[in-house]
Design a protein around this ligand. Structure first.
Ligand code: GDP
Ligand code: MN
Length: 387
């Protein structure tokens, strides 16, 4: 589950990481009032300077024009109006965070992720933080330093200090960064996060080390025992398809490709996406309809996939174990009766109640393949065929 920056700041604040205090606005007037309040003595009562920041579940807000410095309260209202009208990576901005602006001398990156290779949390730090960190990782990976953490002991002081020296030379700055890293690791672990990140960890022109952005992703499996965090979910900020999928009991993740995938079982769904890539296509989504798939789930799945305008072909890959092939077939027939398809459909189906499924599909004018490679190749070819 994604959290907004303002929520992440508050949660990291509970672990002792300090941020410039800000407030959330949903209108330009609110942003103006906040900037006025935060303005302090400077500017002759005109408020500011502040930073107005889109609160949206997407990285790269800065590059998308979603983070702007405003010199006074009037400018904050103007920037808020502009940012609240933005859509960033398909997500409309509904809230902005208004925080006092800081004079930045340099920007570092500190983050904790779950690393599948070492099966441990990994601290990642870089002195080349800021909005281009992805490029740093791609082009100059030697500027990113990693430390895998033994979860039995956590991030120890000497380890954090060693990482701090990768970022700064001044001992006071090294210590400040090390302290923040230890708190960030504690928050990552304590909150059940799969990612905890501060970028930028800024050095001010006065030499102070201060966190200016916060990103937290909570592992969905941790939410059941953390109801207070689960309650922070903001469905209005999530992709509508993901909200619908969750309500329907589907695991769905939107991707960038053109082959819509509807698969039973997470492992088979991953294998299907791999095979789509292998045959030169790109999956439009990960979608696991689960083990015991009722026709209603299939209807919901097809609706979600067909709503994606990038989808050029749809691939069903069903290996019936607990999932009954006839349930899936009925779902496909019902869904396509309700919402006629505008793109070709390829069905691969084997296993439980296969014969019944094939009979249902054939009666409705569909055909089904049994070979997975053949089905994937066909779906990729259809997705790439000229319109
Ligand atoms: P992101 O692009 O979504 O990661 O958003 P950030 O919150 O990291 O902001 C992007 C960039 O805006 C930062 O890397 C900074 O360069 C700049 N920025 C953010 N806050 C401030 C601030 O208080 N003062 C100044 N001068 N720049 C800021
Ligand atoms: Mn950032």
């Amino acid at each position: 589950m994604n959290l907004h920056e303002y929520q992440a700041r508050r949660l990291l604040g509970e672990f002792g990481i300090r941020f410039p205090a800000g407030e959330v606005a949903t209108t330009p007037d609110e942003a103006r009032a906040i900037a006025q309040r935060l303005g302090g003595g400077g500017g002759g009562g005109r408020g500011g300077p502040v930073v107005v920041k889109a609160q949206v579940h997407s990285g790269g807000r800065g590059k998308a024009g979603g983070v702007k410095v405003a010199k006074d309260a009037a400018a904050a209202a103007e920037q808020a109006a502009r940012i609240l009208a933005l859509t960033i990576n398909g997500l409309p901005v509904r809230k902005v965070l208004v925080v006092p602006a800081v004079d930045i001398a340099s920007e570092s990156y500190v983050g904790v992720i779950v690393d599948r290779a070492s099966q441990r949390p990994v601290l990642m730090v870089s002195p080349a933080g800021g909005v281009d960190i992805e490029e740093v990782a791609a082009r100059t990976p030697e500027r990113i330093h990693r430390l895998s953490v033994d979860p039995r002991y956590g991030l120890l002081a000497h380890q954090a200090t060693t990482l701090g020296f990768q970022l700064y030379r001044e001992l006071a700055q090294v210590r400040a960064a090390a302290d923040i890293m230890q708190r960030l690791y504690a928050a990552f672990y304590g909150l059940g996060a799969s990612l905890a990140e501060i970028n930028p960890l800024a050095t001010t022109t006065g030499g102070e080390i201060i966190a200016l952005d916060a990103k937290l992703v909570i592992d969905d499996n941790e939410l059941e025992r953390r109801p207070e965090i689960a309650a922070l979910r903001d469905p209005a900020a999530e992709a509508p398809a993901e909200v619908r999928a969750r309500a329907a009991g589907l695991s769905f993740i939107k991707l960038e490709g053109s082959v819509g995938c509807c698969v039973n079982g997470a492992g088979l769904a991953m294998a299907t996406m791999d095979l789509v890539k292998f045959y030169g296509g790109a999956p439009a989504n990960f979608l696991d309809i689960g083990g015991s798939s009722s026709p209603q789930k299939v209807v919901a799945a097809l609706e979600i996939i067909t709503d994606d305008l990038a989808v050029r072909a749809i691939l069903f890959n069903i290996f019936g174990g607990i999932t009954r092939g006839d349930d899936v077939a009925n779902g496909i027939v019902q869904a396509t009766a309700q919402v006629p398809l505008k793109v070709p459909l390829v069905i691969r189906l084997t296993g439980t109640n296969e014969a019944e499924a094939v009979a249902i599909l054939t009666a409705a004018g569909f055909s089904a393949l049994t070979d997975m490679d053949e089905a994937v190749q066909r779906a990729v070819a259809l997705a790439q065929a000229p319109a």
